[in-house]
Design a protein around this ligand. Structure first.
Ligand code: HEM
Length: 122
């Protein structure tokens, strides 16, 4: 059940990121709507909370390689994501950062599903 919630939040988070990135590239005012700023925090907090609970319940300590890789990638994803949605000044730069962030997210999915830092190549 925790795992299902964790996985659902992961896909929801990716979906919502893509929608916001498209709005950021197109400079849609929608991006400034209050709920658009709040909802991703709720989804991502749930995603991380369920992840941490899973790791605790399943006794994932010391952290397996794939989980450490996922956490490092998560930090990278957050940095790239903020560049895409907030910091980068031109639509082209925002699109580039958004694409890089999505690639990192897909890497995380692969690392979790295949259980190896090699992700989809494992
Ligand atoms: C604090 C961050 C995170 C922690 C501690 C964490 C922890 C975990 C753990 C322990 C499992 C294994 C569950 C099991 O074996 O039954 C898992 C599975 C999974 N995680 Fe995370 N996770 C985190 C973040 C993420 C993120 C950001 C994503 C999105 C890419 C993600 C995607 C997944 C997926 C798709 C699975 C299921 C893999 C499968 O099919 O077996 N996780 N996570």
């Amino acid at each position: 059940m925790l795992k299902h919630l964790h996985i659902s939040m992961a896909y929801l988070s990716l979906l919502f990121f893509i929608v916001r990135a498209v709005w950021a590239v197109r400079e849609t005012p929608m991006l400034q709507a209050r709920w658009v700023k709040v909802v991703p925090h709720v989804i991502d907090t749930a995603l991380l909370t369920f992840g941490v609970l899973l790791a605790i319940t399943l006794n994932f300590w010391p952290l397996p390689g794939w989980l450490s890789a996922k956490l490092v990638a998560l930090i990278l994803y957050i940095v790239l994501g903020t560049m895409a949605i907030k910091r980068a000044k031109t639509p082209a730069k925002r699109a580039g950062f958004a694409l890089a962030a999505v690639v990192v997210f897909i890497y995380m999915l692969g690392a979790a599903i295949q259980r190896t830092p090699l992700s989809w190549l494992g």
